[in-house]
Every structure is written in structure tokens, then in C-alpha cells.
Design a protein around this ligand. Structure first.
Ligand SMILES: Cc1cc2nc3c(=O)[nH]c(=O)nc-3n(C[C@H](O)[C@H](O)[C@H](O)COP(=O)(O)OP(=O)(O)OC[C@H]3O[C@@H](n4cnc5c(N)ncnc54)[C@H](O)[C@@H]3O)c2cc1C
Length: 417
């Protein structure tokens, strides 16, 4: 029985020298069969298990993770959450996710440290201001909050921004989304894991899925390093390793896997209380609750499964940071890391049935799937429970690459994280 977290409980445990805490989830051995098995214990896989249990009443579920919970991209991202996309399909998806995020701490009884501090995407020219206006209009028409800000409004949000006349990328204004912000990435994974476990979901860590069990052309289970597990339906939520798993299932996906890097500085006193993104340089930055600057940029350009990243990209990102905030040149870098992101040709996710009957996809989130964890889990749970699309996931089906109805957000909103 999972204990409810509360301020009272924290004080009580403090007085007892914290001897009464229990593990937040169990470590069970896998059963021989489940109603649903989900491959990948990142945010999307864990959220899927949680919504299967809560929304659809399906609790005989296992999440199979080859490493540890949240050890993939979910624990490696720069935690930005927003829904400032261009196409109606994208806004429907990401704004649904943002709404779920807004109630998530209460729902999971786990503080995901959601901070809706706003995200500013800065424009550097009159032409970019026109594009910004187009994105703001599209977002407002699609029902998401958005505001077109002037140079003075952006500088009021982030006074340390480069205000020089000589700036290579001057601030002209930009797109502001006030409901956007950041959340603690580990807490999102742990919160979903704890809540799913308390509903009976088995979370199996240190168990690699090595193949698929098929009968009469349909997926009826998986082969793992801990043996064969049969399943009524299987969900695939393995991000950067989706192509690897697809090959094991006998089909190809329109995905390329790249390393995406991020880095943090030493902690400093609060000096940036929003998230700033410069499309001109591709660099974006926010400040964590601990005071570190969290810095990200574009992907490493060579497809790879190496989870570390190359120095030239670090140089590009840091030079972009110094262009944005010259005073950050005084900061020391604390650490750098990389994650493997799965990028589709139109920079939108793949959600839907796979070419192998009984196997369902949740992948292709590329550099921007942390913000989509609640919605991605919700939609995959719907597919696994009902065998058919939710209205929101329908446009993101694999068939868009044969129908030609792409959702090209790289061209539409021009932003990737
Ligand atoms: C540096 C960086 C910065 C980012 N910044 C942002 C951001 O600011 N905002 C945003 O929205 N998104 C961001 N993202 C993207 C985001 O992190 C991902 O899209 C999201 O976390 C994907 O979640 P997931 O659950 O699908 O994948 P993951 O968290 O990667 O989970 C997949 C899991 O599958 C497991 N797995 C793989 N193969 C197998 C197997 N054979 N058997 C069993 N398990 C397996 C892996 O071990 C892994 O734990 C960023 C990503 C990176 C790398």
C-alpha cells in the first residue's frame, strides 16, 4: 500500500529520523503473461502504464526497462514544457499535455516542481517578427495562450540579455507563452512510476527486450533477458532505440537517431526567471531551482547511438549562449551529457499501430518529447486499451508518410525543443 505524501508525513518522519520511508515502487520479477506490456521505462512508458490503470482499468500491466527508470532521455533533457507549435494537430497534442501537466502534482501526489515561468522565443529581425506574429495568431486560433512581445517587453523579462547595438542577433521582440515553463524531469518519471506501481503495474528494471514473439503474423509477447513474456498488446516507447526495436520486429521506421547534448553551469544566485530561446543561434537557457544555468542547443549532425556528444556542438551552443547573455561568460561549466533522440522527417511524433499487428508505437519525439509525456502516455494507453486512435493521435499515425499529410513543425514553428 503506497503511503500518501504530505507535509505532516514529512514532519513526522523528520522526528523519527526518517526511518519510516518505504521504497516508492516494488522490484518484482516478471510474470509469464500480462494484458499489456510496455517496452521502455521512460516518461512515456510509465505514463502509459499509469493511464491504462486509471483511465481504462487495465492493471495487469508490465513496464520493461533495460536500464533504470528515467535513465534515458527523460532523465537527460532540459525540462522545457510548452505548446507553442504552429499546426492545429500539434497544438491539440502539446496543449493537452500542458493541461495534464498543470494538474499532475496533485493527481500523482508527487511534486513534479512544475514552474510556469513562461518561455520567450526571441525574434532577431523584422522578418522574424512577422513569422512570430504568424505563430502567435496560429496558437491563439488553436486555443493556446500566446502573446507577441516587443523588444522592451522581452528585455523586461530577461534584463541580462545582450542589448548592444553591435549584437549579431539583436532582440526585436518575440513569441511569449506564459503557461509554458519547466518541471523536474526525474520527478515526472518517479511520480508516474510510484502511482502506476501502487495500482498494481509491475515495473521491471534491468531487463532488456531482445525480440518479439509472433503468432499468425501478430505480436503476442516479447523475448527478454529474463525470459519470454506473453501479452495481449505491446507498446513500444524506447525513444532513440525505436529503429533498433523496429528492426527486431521486422519493419523499418522513418527515424534517424542523433545525440542531443545539454550542459549546466555552476549554481549562481537567481538571475533568470524565464526560459529564453534564440532561434538565431539555436541556444536556449533557463535557471534551475538550484541556481544552475541549464543550456541546450541543436542536435549533433551525425546519426549515432553514442550517448555523449561531440565538442564542436558544445562550442556552438556556448558561443550562442554568450551571444545571448555576455555576462554568462563568467560562469564555469559543471557538467555536460547527451541523450539519443529519434527524429522523424517532419519533426513530429509517431503514435499509432505499427506494421506488426498487436504492437503499438509511441516514438519520434525527437528533441521535444518531455513536454509531451502526459499526452503521449494517455494516447498510447488509449491505443493499447481500445486498439484504435484517439482523435488527437490520429494525425500522428505512421500512415501520414504514405498519405503525404505531414505535420512539419521544423518548417511551421521552426523550434525543436
Ligand atoms: C539533451 C536533451 C534535451 C532535451 N530537452 C527537452 C526539452 O527541453 N523539452 C522537451 O520537451 N523535450 C526535451 N528532450 C526530449 C525528451 O527528453 C524526450 O523526447 C523524452 O524524454 C522521450 O521520453 P521517452 O519516455 O519516450 O524516452 P526515454 O526517456 O529515452 O525512455 C526510453 C527507455 O527505453 C529503454 N529501452 C531502450 N531499448 C530498450 C530495450 N530493448 N528493452 C527495454 N528497454 C529499452 C531505455 O533504456 C529508456 O529508459 C530533450 C532530450 C535530450 C537528450
Amino acid at each position: 500500500m503506497t503511503r500518501r505524501y504530505s507535509a505532516f508525513g514529512l514532519i513526522r518522519e523528520g522526528l523519527r529520523h526518517h526511518k519510516g520511508w518505504h521504497p516508492a515502487w516494488r522490484s518484482p520479477e516478471p510474470k509469464r503473461a500480462y494484458d499489456v506490456v510496455i517496452i521502455g521505462g521512460g516518461g512515456h512508458g510509465l505514463a502509459t502504464a499509469y493511464y491504462l490503470a486509471t483511465v481504462h482499468g487495465i492493471r495487469n500491466v508490465a513496464v520493461i526497462e533495460k536500464g533504470w527508470l528515467g535513465g534515458g532521455n527523460t532523465g537527460r533533457n532540459t525540462t522545457t514544457i510548452r505548446s507553442n507549435y504552429f499546426y492545429p494537430e500539434s497544438v491539440a497534442l502539446y496543449d493537452f499535455s500542458l493541461k495534464l501537466y498543470e494538474g499532475l502534482s496533485q493527481e500523482l501526489n508527487y511534486n513534479i516542481m512544475l514552474s510556469q515561468r513562461g518561455v520567450a522565443t526571441v525574434a532577431h529581425s523584422d522578418a522574424e517578427m512577422e513569422i512570430s506574429a504568424r505563430i502567435v495568431n496560429a496558437m491563439q486560433i488553436n486555443g493556446a495562450d500566446a502573446e507577441l512581445m516587443t523588444r522592451d517587453q522581452i528585455l523586461a523579462k530577461a534584463p541580462l540579455l545582450n542589448q548592444s547595438d553591435q549584437a549579431r542577433y539583436p532582440v526585436f521582440g518575440g513569441v511569449w507563452q506564459g503557461r509554458a515553463g519547466v518541471a523536474r524531469h526525474d520527478a515526472v518519471a518517479w511520480g508516474y512510476a510510484r502511482a502506476a506501481d501502487s495500482l498494481g503495474v509491475d515495473i521491471i528494471q534491468g531487463c532488456e527486450v531482445t525480440g518479439f514473439l509472433t503468432e499468425a503474423g501478430a505480436c503476442v509477447g516479447i523475448e527478454t533477458s529474463k525470459g519470454v513474456i506473453r501479452a495481449g498488446a505491446v507498446g513500444l516507447a524506447v525513444a532513440g532505440h525505436s529503429s533498433v526495436m523496429a528492426a527486431r520486429a521486422g519493419f523499418e521506421l522513418p527515424l534517424h537517431s542523433y545525440t542531443l547534448q545539454a550542459m549546466v553551469s555552476e549554481p549562481v544566485k537567481p538571475c533568470l526567471d524565464t526560459v529564453i530561446l534564440y532561434p538565431g543561434t539555436g541556444t536556449y537557457v533557463s535557471q534551475s531551482d538550484k541556481g544552475e544555468m541549464i543550456i541546450g542547443g541543436g542536435i549533433d549532425r551525425v546519426p549515432t547511438y553514442a550517448q555523449r556528444g561531440n565538442p564542436p556542438v558544445q562550442e556552438t551552443v556556448i558561443s550562442g549562449l554568450l551571444e545571448m547573455f555576455p555576462s554568462f561568460g563568467q560562469l564555469k561549466m559543471l557538467r555536460q551529457w547527451g541523450g539519443i533522440v529519434d527524429v522523424t522527417p517532419d519533426s513530429s511524433p509517431l503514435i499509432g499501430p505499427s506494421p506488426l499487428s498487436g504492437l503499438y508505437l509511441n516514438c519520434g519525439w525527437g528533441t521535444g518529447g518531455f513536454k509531451a509525456i502526459p499526452a503521449g502516455g494517455w494516447l498510447l494507453a488509449h491505443l493499447l486499451a481500445k486498439g484504435e486512435h484517439h482523435d488527437i493521435s490520429r494525425p500522428f499515425d505512421l500512415d501520414r508518410f504514405t498519405r503525404g499529410r505531414l505535420i512539419d513543425e521544423a518548417a511551421g514553428s521552426g523550434i525543436a525543443h
